[in-house]
Design a protein around this ligand. Structure first.
Ligand SMILES: NC(=O)c1ccc[n+]([C@@H]2O[C@H](COP(=O)([O-])OP(=O)(O)OC[C@H]3O[C@@H](n4cnc5c(N)ncnc54)[C@H](OP(=O)(O)O)[C@@H]3O)[C@@H](O)[C@H]2O)c1
Length: 300
């Protein structure tokens, strides 16, 4: 395809971002200013995805080419006692969206999580590994993946992990606050994964949209794993935040058994990113570099 016609195609492409006020949705909004596409951003106030009639009406009035579903019930511990509320957003709402996407030939990006895995081995998580969630949040997100892919053939499930951003509430902001309030802090050191900057994930999604327009995506639908590069424990992540912020605090490593939460979490959730890197020819930033960028943005 020629450059001019690609530009025109991009200008006529409409991308719907749901859950737009969350971490990932907000990062997509920042990026949208530099992209040629037409973006529509909605959160629950504009479009409650659990309302199937409203979702259908929305798709009838907007011709959407790509839908990036960033909406989710992400309160992992609360979900243990609020299964119906978690299911409503993580499963039923996804069903509504996927049905509307199918009718309107819309490509759906369904964002999912490492919490679909048990995470009890020390092997990087490939897309071939059978999911086996150990929390309500994880099982509802897995159901959401299945519903999305079985309802709309044009679906790409993007699993990510340990997401943070300069927007919303997250581990980075909690550590900065606690670092200012306390002299000493215990952080879990035996859960392993990779901190992932939502800004990098947002860029990756737009890269995939570009790829789709140039090459088509129907052959590449399915499940993909994405996180930043590198490996860390929550303790390492906290230490990096305190070092970069020059916060002087006595940081103590904790075992998972010393920090009780309602929901169980995977012990080892290092994402294998080979598939997404080779399919879309991606370079993924190292987690400490991205953390530094995000902290600089937070200071601004
Ligand atoms: N955060 C993580 O560490 C993490 C890790 C791995 C994967 N993920 C996945 O990544 C995606 C993005 O996560 P995030 O951290 O950006 O989430 P987030 O900050 O919690 O944002 C989710 C957004 O969805 C909205 N929402 C909730 N119910 C809705 C409904 N019925 N209709 C429309 N919007 C609704 C929320 O609104 P309210 O705030 O008003 O509820 C919120 O603005 C999610 O799929 C999540 O499961 C997150």
């Amino acid at each position: 395809m020629q450059i001019g016609s690609m530009d025109n195609q991009a200008k006529n492409t409409k991308i719907l971002v749901t859950g737009a006020k969350g971490q990932l949705g907000s990062e997509l909004k920042i990026i949208s200013a530099y992209e040629p596409y037409q973006f529509v951003f909605v959160d629950i106030e504009e479009l409650d995805l659990t309302d199937g009639t409203a979702v259908n009406a929305f798709f009838n009035t907007h011709k959407i080419d790509f839908c990036i579903n960033c909406a989710a019930y992400t309160a992992v511990d609360y979900a243990e006692k609020n299964k119906e509320a978690a299911r409503a957003v993580n499963v039923d709402a996804v069903q509504n969206l996927a049905e509307a996407c199918t009718i309107n030939n819309t490509f759906l990006f369904q964002i999912s999580t490492d919490f679909v895995f048990r995470g009890n081995t020390s092997l990087p998580l490939t897309e071939e590994i059978e999911p086996d969630p150990i929390s309500v949040y994880g099982s509802t997100k897995l159901e959401g993946e299945i519903v999305a892919m079985s309802t709309n053939p044009r679906t790409l499930v993007l699993r990510t992990a340990w997401l943070y951003s300069s927007f919303g509430n997250n581990f980075v902001k909690t550590m900065i606050r606690l670092g200012k309030e306390r002299d000493e802090l215990g952080v879990i050191a035996d859960q392993i994964g990779t901190p992932t900057y939502a800004g990098d994930l947002a860029k990756t999604i737009i890269e995939i949209v570009k790829f789709a327009q140039e090459n088509g995506l129907d052959e590449n639908r399915g499940v993909f794993h994405y996180s930043n590069e590198g490996v860390a424990s929550w303790y390492d992540f906290a230490k990096a935040i305190f070092d970069l912020k020059s916060i002087d605090i006595n940081l103590k490593p904790l075992k998972t058994t010393e920090y009780v939460t309602s929901a169980k979490r995977p012990q080892y959730s290092l994402m294998d990113k080979s598939r997404i890197k080779s399919t879309f020819n991606l370079q993924i930033p190292y987690w400490r570099d991205s953390l530094k960028n995000c902290l600089e943005l937070l200071e601004d």
